[in-house]
Design a protein around this ligand. Sequence first.
Ligand code: HEM
Length: 465
Amino acid sequence: MGELRKPPLVKGYPLVGSFLELMRDPFHFLTQAARKYGDVFRVRVGPLQFYVLAHPTDVEYVFRTNHRNFIKDKGTRTVLSAVLGQGLVTSEGELWRRQRRLAQPAFQQESIQHYSTIMVDNARQTVEKWRPGEIRDVHADMMHLTLEIVARALFTASVEDQAERVGRALEALMKYWAGPGGMFGWWKYVPTPGTFRFRRAVHELDAVILETVGRRRAGARGHDDLLERFLRAQDADGRGMSDKQLRDEMVTLLLAGHETTAVALSFCFYLLALHPEVDARLAAELDEVLAGKPPAPEHIPRLRYTESVVKEAMRLYPPVPNVAREALEDCEIGGYRVPKGAQIALVQWLTQRDPRWFGDDADTFRPERWDNDLAKRIPRCAYFPFADGPRGCIGNHFAMMEAILILATVAARYRLTLVPGYKLRILPSVTLRPSGGMQMEIHERHQTSGPSPGGRTSPQVVRGS
Ligand code: HEM
């Protein structure tokens, strides 16, 4: 190990390193760096250094082959845990194992089937509010919808009443994390309007969740949801979870479980609008499989193309755009020495757009590529929107079912087009959100007369509710 070199360091500016390029356009910068330096390279940001891994074998090494050598990175431990406390995303060791064991059964494929009714009902209520010819911020609609779903599914209706408050607080957090607050744990002590809004948002979230926990501890039991499972959970010595631990798990699930799926759906609609031929094939599948009925879990195995649209959108626009870890001991990755304490970044954008695994058209939206079991023909971690291994996303089946059912509900009825002049700007934060939302026009799918495709009749601008 001693004779191995560290991976090449991307040339940056004195003091700040590559901070400015990363803030300006992280994916362009990292793609160029991978082209120049190869599958393993280092990036400096001020005093911090990241080891970026782009090769699926190296990604798998971190997630699975040698996963015991890696914990969550410093950023997650300081920045995210300032909000999420010691919930599933941020905890380690025995606490994480215990909480994961407790939560796992609720997320297994059989257990999540009964959430499908909530998913479809809420999706239908959302599209009921849409009117043909209207212009809506579809991303805002998806955020609202997925928040309601995760709140109802995991904590019954109790947080749903507060969805508005929770949504606003989460929005403020995401904005804060998209700036320096997402990189430096100490930023929250710098007095700026952003950090003030951040503190207020955390306070607001705490208030909503602790009220909910308090009500449930005092009131009726017997709900069939995750909060109930957590409330009933006891140690071997009969101790239950503290309010603080419950709060941490609930904030974690609300945050991890809503914006991610909303982002996946927004990019589906964006890409479908840019690719009418894909949209037409999707509509044909929905007509054939659903035959005018609302989608249900039993349709999912036949909604193959719908599923491919979701997978392909998450390949090009991974909702969680990078996953980071810290090495506990020195190790060798891709022929280089990675020392103990190294901060490691696994960037889906790099690996999932790599022509070596996805061909020369790797940057093109082509759901057909998933036909004939593409997943089995590419290296295991060439595609990892949900990460992989023991710390992989606990909500992956939930999220896939939700995205397919929502996409099917919306696209069976409506075709969405981008408003003229719309330009996608991405705000990479903890998630990859479309900055400023996604303004789209709603068109009835099966109308016999009315505006021509993409045409508009005096559009109203309506913000997503
Ligand atoms: C398209 C939607 C989703 C995507 C792309 C996604 C992606 C991810 C990724 C990449 C991780 C690993 C993070 C890391 O290791 O640093 C993760 C972890 C996690 N996700 Fe998701 N997620 C999605 C939906 C959900 C949903 C719906 C839930 C819950 C309702 C959820 C709950 C979690 C939790 C609790 C963890 C932490 C797991 C652990 O460390 O044990 N996610 N997710």
